[in-house]
Each structure stands twice: as structure tokens, then as C-alpha cells.
Design a protein around this ligand. Sequence first.
Ligand code: AVJ
Length: 330
Amino acid sequence: MEPVVAPSSVVVRNYLGPGDERSLADDVLDGLTKPFKELPPKHFYDARGAALFDEICELDEYYPTRCERAILQARSGDIVAVCDASELVELGSGTAEKTRLLLDAMRDADSLERFVPIDVTEAMVRDCARTLVGEYPGLRVHGIVGDFERHLGRLPMAAGPRIVAFLGGTIGNFTPGSRRRFLRKIARLLRPGVDHLLLGTDLVKDPAVIEAAYNDAPGVTAEFNRNVLRVINRELDADFDVEAFEHVAFFDREREWIEMRLRASRRMRVDIRALDLAVEFAPREELRTEISAKFTPERLSGDLAAAGLELVDVLTDPDGLFALSISRRR
Ligand code: AVJ
């Protein structure tokens, strides 16, 4: 039987090793034994967490996804014209839903050659690779199953001028210092005069608008937040009483970031059997689960400059809520 797609058009490499499940265990051991308990947000995203995040993106209150899509719908052609790229690398590609707008523009400019998605979920990378080669004749996909914080070094040699896209505002999950360090790592991937970074950042605005996006009326974000406890219960044989934790999200006006926390409704002792660890929560004690930084134009250009990048253009939606910036190596 003739294959529908030439087998050589899709390559998927998995760089997640046996040691990688350690990451949750290490993060839980570190984070839950700190004087102010915290967990990194990357552990939200098991299958249920990813589905809840997709639901968040559909909420009236959650503007970032909608705004970023609007910018891409209006400006993908301009972005592709400025970058003149034949290859799109996407960090944290997920379902690559918004990515299609860029791929469309590259196809229309007749420059599209290869898509390089990086995501931790192998099924996601494989499904999206298969779907996209079907949708874009001649497209090659080199998928990387890995953690974009650790596996950037596994990118294939560039096939041509590159756009490295980091969308959704996920850069906001980094604390300021590690944000600049990560941007510097990305910058080192870019060849001066050839490649570009396309970065999505949520913007500083009326705190009420930001806070509403993380305190939606139907409570989807609350479920998403609590999901990290379900992940720990399942993966590390723990006994969190998930419903006994209250969702808290507020905009820290000083630091200009959203903080999400889980607040223990009563005194609790949690056993995390896989770690042989018992964790005590005082009544109303809070566990920080995410920061999501919001950007002023100064913060954006400052962070990029500190990473050795210079802005080429900043595109925003009509309401000025979200920004997509194009930058290049200085
Ligand atoms: C995917 C990290 C961009 O920070 O807005 C959504 C995750 N958290 N609602 C964000 C999230 C709560 C989202 N990012």
C-alpha cells in the first residue's frame, strides 16, 4: 500500500529519559519542605490539566489566548515578511492550534519548509506532526519530545532562516532572573541577521481585568490549580484532600505578576508515600503554584536587551491587552 505521507517527512525524537519522572519528585521534595511552600507550574499539565487549560482558553474572562490569536490572525503575514523564515520552531507547541496561522502565512509566502515542535507530551507531538504534514503539502516536521528548559540543545540544525516561537505568555511563568537566563539561552540559538524570536507576553493593565482572568466565575482555573494536587496524589502516592484547598489568585502590583496559590482550609497532614515524606499545613497556610508575569514595554525591552536581543517590532491586539514581539540577536 502506498503511504499517504512520505515517511521521511516526519521525525520525532524523544529525549525524556528514565530520570525525568524524578523532576516531579524533586520539585515536590524541595517545594513542600520550604518555609513558604511552592511548586513549579509545569506539573499542572497531565491529560486532565491540559484539558482544563484548553477550557480556560475558551473562558470569557481569559483574554490572553483570544488576544494572541487575534494578533496572529491580523499580522501573521507581516511577521513572516519581516522574518523571511522557512522554518518554525515552537517551544511548548501543545496542539499547535495558533501555530497554523503562522504556517499558513509561511505557506502563502512560499517559504514554508519545516516545523519543529517541542513538547513534553509525546502523543501531542506525534498527532500534531501527522496532522500538519497532511495539511501542508511538502512540509517536514522534526518533533522533539522534551522539556524546552532542558532540551533546547537537541534542536536539529536549521534548515533555513528560523522563527523561534514561544507563545501564550508562558515566559511569564519564569521568575525575573531565570526569565533572563532562559531568554539568553534562546538568544544563543539565533543566528545574527538570520533568525528571529517571536515571543508572546501578557501586558500590565487594570488589575481587575487581570485578576478576573485567573478567578473565572465557573471555577475552571480553580480546578486547574487544584489539579496539581491530584497529579501528586497519583504519581507520588500522596493523600492530599484536594477539595480542602481553596484557589487563590491575585495580582501583585509591586512585582506585576499574578500569583496563584492553594490555601489549606484547615490544619492538615499530608503523606507523600513515594517520598516517605509527611507535610504539615497550618490552617489557611498557602502553597504557591504559579506566577504569571505581566509586562510593560520597558520590562519587555529590558529583559530582551539583557538577553542580547533587540526588538524589531511589538504587535498588540486592538485593546492593547497582549503583545507579540519580534526580536533578533544584537
Ligand atoms: C500558559 C502559563 C500562559 O499564565 O496565563 C492560565 C497558565 N494559569 N490560567 C498563564 C494559566 C492559570 C497560563 N500560561
